[in-house]
Write a protein that binds this ligand. Structure first.
Ligand code: A2P
Length: 276
């Protein structure tokens, strides 16, 4: 009975999932096994991660019926445009050995000529065909989201963005809330930098939890979907055991105050050259 969130298309998703960026090769199947045994039912991958075949093997071997799992993948930057996006999803499905994904996301709002609108139209078709149950985006800024709305009248169910205590993106989250878009956090631990923060360490000590649990619990109470990545079964379990932890208002306020103007770790979506 982990928390679920409802999308504006009526579908539901687990709030907490397993991230798989930089999880490759031999490490993938045991990580998925440890995750599902702990209770995870959501797995996030992407074409660019190069691990979809292994993720598919993990899904096939984990003993959980397909309909009880929530699988996300993403179209990479060099596959924007109508036809190439549709082929890209089929290639991902073939690697994952699945008939559909639960969530298909545009990975970055590139290329600059704004073909992401055409890509978005392809995602709408893929959703209507049932190959992606829900559709969303990653790393979109306000202007990109607005362009989707103006161009198609359809908003993503999710925008997956860099989000952690040092980089809280308040303006974008407010737009999401106004438009019933779920905010999903990537690098929820700030690639471990936020774990070292003295306030996080102090809260962890007070609450007899780990710094990672404090941060992940903050995400949960903020209403974010969150997908911590770990290759280590013990940390995979630690990251899921959040349900008896509670941050009071004072603790939430202290974490809110950790936001930094220069807290971004990943690329800036407004200043992002096409990566292959
Ligand atoms: P590892 O795979 O060795 O567990 P983020 O999700 O913010 O990008 O951070 C991912 C990084 O955080 C990975 O390097 C992962 O390493 C590490 N990590 C994940 N969970 C924990 C945890 N509970 N405690 C410490 N480090 C963690």
């Amino acid at each position: 009975n982990q928390p679920m969130l409802t999308f504006h298309d009526g579908r539901r998703a687990p709030q907490l999932g397993l991230g798989t960026w930089q999880l490759t090769g031999e490490a993938v199947v045991p990580a998925i096994q440890a995750a599902v045994e702990t209770g995870y039912r959501s797995i996030d991958t992407a074409a660019i991660y190069g691990n979809e075949a292994e993720v598919g093997r993990g899904i096939a071997q984990c003993g959980i019926p397909r309909e009880d799992l929530f699988v996300t993948t993403k179209v990479w930057n060099d596959r924007h445009g109508h036809d190439s996006t549709k082929t890209a999803l089929q290639e991902s499905l073939d690697k994952l050995d699945l008939d559909y994904v639960d969530l298909y996301l545009i990975h970055w709002p590139v290329p600059r000529e704004k073909r992401y609108l055409e890509t978005w139209e392809a995602l709408i078709q893929l959703r209507d065909e049932g190959r992606a149950r829900s559709i969303g985006v990653c790393n979109f800024q306000l202007n990109h989201l607005q362009k989707l709305l103006d161009g198609t009248g359809v908003l993503p169910v999710v925008n997956q963005i860099e989000l952690h205590p040092h980089f809280q993106q308040a303006e974008l989250r407010a737009y999401h809330d106004d438009h019933d878009i779920r905010t999903e956090a990537w690098s929820p631990l700030g690639r471990t930098q936020a774990l070292q923060d003295p306030v996080i360490q102090e809260l962890a000590h007070q609450l007899q939890a780990t710094p990672a649990q404090v941060i992940l619990r903050w995400h949960i109470q903020m209403g974010h979907m969150v997908i911590p990545k770990s290759s280590n079964p013990e940390r995979i379990r630690e990251n899921f055991n959040l349900w008896s932890l509670h941050l009071n208002e004072a603790a939430m306020d202290r974490i809110a105050s950790l936001d930094r103007a220069d807290g971004r770790i990943g690329p800036d979506p407004d200043n992002f050259s096409l990566m292959k």
